[in-house]
Design a protein around this ligand. Structure first.
Ligand code: NAD
Length: 431
């Protein structure tokens, strides 16, 4: 097992002190002292930087940043930064990445980084004729859209295709929706696409004689899918007192529940998004866009279902696949402004947006397995509660060594509640 260990102490990553972890990361990813400090939250996003990002700024808001271990993505070792407040997510991802590693790790790929821009065209005497007119000018519109972002054009991006649908609503009658497929290279692309759509609007009005209303990107980025798969060797699923075949079959039954039921699928997909959002956030990307795209994609058949699929191969090993829209960038938006996002990309050794998408979707698959495995064996609370107890202990006012001691007592008492934590702290004070 290729678990990371500190070269001098031989401790595993989770056993290292904060300072040891930082030194380990700096050495492993070649981070400068400044980058290491930035990942450590010092100095972090300054209020002045934040003031340039959004409105009415008073400061910045912190989240824990942890590094998931054991990830092998397309044969490459990856340290995965995860920004998340929920305990057990980073541990779960790291553990499942270790199981997947025994089966060769994660194989992931993406298609072209193509986003969809939408344009709504109203007030047409004949929508079918309006549609034809736009299609007759297809090439001209594609060229005009590409020309409006010189940088993207130079990098090989730009508009790729155009399609037009006729929609109807009682409020508006027939109207047209034009989709522009736009290759945004290494950007997330919302601004690039929105700019192109606004640029095309007068041209489309002239062509159709209609009135353009909305010109905006669609977050159902189903031209920009990322896919990951993994194989977990059966033996890796052994979990005392459960035998591996039993664990695998119950994982499959748990997945079938999500595949068949939207109520279960919503929570199943939350498990996936626990992993995905944490990396999306750590790299300064738009997690709302990724969330919206994921859930819209999960409902693409008309019924909301699981984003992942689990099965078994001819040797009885567990196999998993995850496919979903992944509109993430490494340039533009907050990815350049947020110092920690730059350091996070460096830590991962990512130089192209598709590499980031491939890592993120692998983390989503790992996280999904962590939840399924826990649910199909001892239940989610046992592992979660011991980590949650530390948060409760800290919230009750425990400091230093008290946190671990108090958390242990709360778990032993099977009473992980803030009131009880405060009570114990009071008792300790009196003693
Ligand atoms: P952006 O406009 O800041 O950066 C993209 C631009 O960077 C490109 O247009 C291009 O000119 C330039 N560029 C330089 N090098 C590039 C490269 N290698 N690859 C691609 N482009 C390169 O950002 P964006 O990615 O267009 O938009 C992302 C932002 O838009 C995010 O902050 C997001 O939150 C926000 N946003 C999202 C929505 C939504 O619905 N999801 C809507 C509006 C805005």
């Amino acid at each position: 097992m290729n678990e990371p260990r500190h070269e001098s102490t031989h401790k595993k990553f989770y056993q290292m002190s904060l300072e040891e972890r930082r030194r380990y990361l700096a050495a492993k990813a070649g981070l400068s002292p400044e980058e290491t400090a930035i990942l450590s939250g010092m100095p972090g996003l300054s209020p002045e930087q934040a003031d340039h990002m959004v409105e009415n700024v008073v400061g910045a808001f912190d989240l824990p940043l942890g590094i998931a271990q054991n990830f092998l993505v397309n044969g490459r070792e990856v340290l995965v930064p995860m920004a998340i407040e929920e305990p057990s997510v980073i541990a779960g991802a790291s553990f499942m990445a270790r199981l997947a590693r025994a089966g060769g790790g994660f194989l992931a790929h993406t298609g072209a980084p193509e986003m969809i821009g939408q344009m709504q065209i109203l007030d047409l005497p004949d929508a079918a004729v309006g549609r034809m007119k736009i299609l007759e000018h297809r090439q001209e519109l594609i060229e005009a859209a590409t020309k409006c972002d010189y940088t993207l054009e130079k990098l090989g991006g730009g508009a790729r295709d155009l399609m037009v649908r006729i929609l109807n609503h009682p409020l508006t009658g027939d109207f047209l929706v034009m989709h522009l497929i736009y290759d945004v290279r290494d950007a997330m692309g919302a601004n690039a696409v929105n700019t192109a759509m606004e640029h095309l609007a007068p041209l489309v009005e002239k062509i159709t004689g209609g009135r353009v209303l909305l010109r905006i990107l669609s977050n159902l980025a189903d031209h920009r899918l990322a896919r990951a798969r993994c194989t977990i060797p059966l033996a890796e699923l052994a979990s005392d007192p459960y035998n591996p075949g039993h664990v695998r079959d119950d994982i499959l039954a748990a997945w079938a529940f999500a595949a068949a039921d939207p109520y279960r699928a919503a929570t199943h997909n939350t498990g996936i998004m626990n992993g995905i959002d944490a990396v999306v956030l750590a790299t300064g990307n738009d997690w709302r866009a990724v969330e919206a795209g994921a859930h819209a994609y999960a409902a693409r058949s008309g019924r909301y279902t699981s984003l992942s699929a689990w099965g078994k191969d001819e040797n009885g090993n567990l196999t998993g696949v995850l496919e979903m829209p992944m509109p993430v960038g490494i340039v533009g938006g907050a990815t350049r402004v947020q110092p920690a996002a730059r350091a996070a990309l460096k830590l991962m050794g990512v130089t192209r947006a598709h590499e980031l998408a491939e890592i993120i979707v692998s983390v989503g698959l790992a996280q999904n397995l962590a939840a399924l495995r826990a649910l199909a064996t001892e239940g989610i609370q046992r592992g979660h509660m011991s980590l949650h107890a530390r948060q409760v202990a800290a919230a009750a006012g425990a400091v230093g060594d008290q946190v671990e001691k108090l958390a242990n007592q709360l778990v032993r008492e099977n009473n992980v509640r803030i009131e009880r934590a405060e009570e114990i702290l009071q008792e300790w004070k009196k003693a």
